[in-house]
Write a protein that binds this ligand. Structure first.
Ligand SMILES: *Cc1c(COP(=O)(O)O)cnc(C)c1O
Length: 356
């Protein structure tokens, strides 16, 4: 047997989550957001599993092209657009939709010879202040784009900063967007996972679910389970050693955990070089043989330690779940002071991935 850590990707959960999102946004088409290697789940795996998705949204240009070459026929949207004229030409050649957010993108569209017209998502800055044109310039921009032979269609797009926080909400961004979209006869795309669940009024023509697809909640105040989402990834490993401690013995680097009584601990083949968060503190939940126990001491590069004192049957080769079907990734992320997005994206190359 090789080093026992593996990430299991649950294809039935991915399909279930996509369908649930479709039910929540029944009038819209849904881009499955597959940037960052499908949030660590593997682009190819997710695209093959969601082979009947309405479309896919991604940032990585080379992967978008590879998807077309692999025979994906659905709409593909480049969420951050293109970074050169050459990429723009290849988008036209491979029928890839692109966001534009910067004046130079307009110049490229105006001056480049393309094999075919491209479908544009005009990104409007309504308050996030990352990417996008000043929202109030939309009518002028749409007029310019419509006059360009290289432009096949224009969809208005924006992105919400606080759709996951009820106290902050989307009111201002939504008002700024709507003031423009009402003037223009364009399809619209606004909603990330949080907005899909919280604000049906912004579903528009295309929703853009990412995190919900992978079975994590976009909200701090509502669990994935409450939303009906199923975890799409389980990170599993095994116990590779057992140690018996006396009171006063310490565990791991920095000796930050000190036993206050005799204890039995297990060493798990999983560390921060596998993608487990180093900042997870003592007490972070971990499941061993189906029972919840806790992390002890510092996470090291290749190992971490768990409390087996109350699990007398646990031993070498006992199955450990770091997160997944028996333990919510959101609970682990919260303990580690981060979000599930970061944990999913951090799964390291050395972790083998299985599809079930
Ligand atoms: C990543 C991304 C999404 C998906 O966001 P989630 O919170 O994961 O649903 C949607 N739209 C844009 C523009 C994105 O970059």
């Amino acid at each position: 047997m090789s080093r026992p850590i593996e990430a299991v990707i649950h294809s039935a959960a991915l399909k279930h989550n996509y369908q649930l999102i479709k039910q929540r946004a029944p009038q819209a088409r849904a881009f499955a957001v597959i940037k960052a290697n499908a949030y660590g789940h593997g682009v190819e795996r997710v695209v093959n599993t969601l082979n009947d998705a309405d479309g896919f949204a991604i940032l990585e240009f080379a992967t978008a092209i590879a998807m077309r070459q692999a025979g994906v026929t659905q709409p593909i949207l480049l969420l951050e657009g293109v970074f050169s004229v050459d990429e723009l030409q290849q988008c036209a050649q491979h029928n890839i939709m692109l966001a534009i957010h910067e004046p130079r993108h307009l110049d490229w569209l105006r001056t480049t010879v393309l094999q075919a017209p491209v479908q544009i998502f005009l990104k409007l800055n309504t308050g996030m202040n990352r990417l996008g044109f000043v929202a109030e310039n939309a009518p002028e921009l749409v007029a310019q784009l419509r006059a360009m032979p290289n432009v096949a269609s224009v969809t208005l797009m924006t992105h919400f900063a606080t759709a996951d926080e009820p106290a902050k909400g989307i009111t201002q961004q939504w008002a700024r967007f709507r003031a423009q979209s009402e003037l223009l006869d364009c399809p619209c795309s606004l909603a990330n996972s949080a907005a899909i669940f919280a604000y049906p009024e912004v579903h528009g023509d295309w929703v853009r679910p990412g995190i919900a697809l992978y079975g994590s909640s976009p909200f701090a105040h509502q669990s994935a389970e409450q939303l009906g989402l199923l975890p799409a990834m389980s990170l599993r490993s095994r116990i590779i050693a057992v140690q018996n401690l006396e009171a006063g013995d310490t565990v791991g680097y920095g000796a930050t955990f000190i036993a206050d009584r005799p204890m039995r601990i297990g060493v798990v083949a999983c560390g921060y070089a596998d993608g487990y968060p180093r900042h997870a503190p003592t007490g972070t939940p971990i499941v061993v043989d189906g029972q919840v126990t806790r992390l002890l001491g510092r996470v090291s590069m290749d190992m971490l330690c768990v409390d087996l004192t109350e699990l007398p049957n646990a031993q070498i080769d006992s199955v450990v779940e770091l997160w997944g079907q028996s333990l919510s990734i959101d609970a682990v992320a919260q303990k580690a002071g981060t979000i599930a997005y970061e944990l999913m994206c951090a799964i390291a190359n050395r972790v083998s991935v299985q599809l079930d």
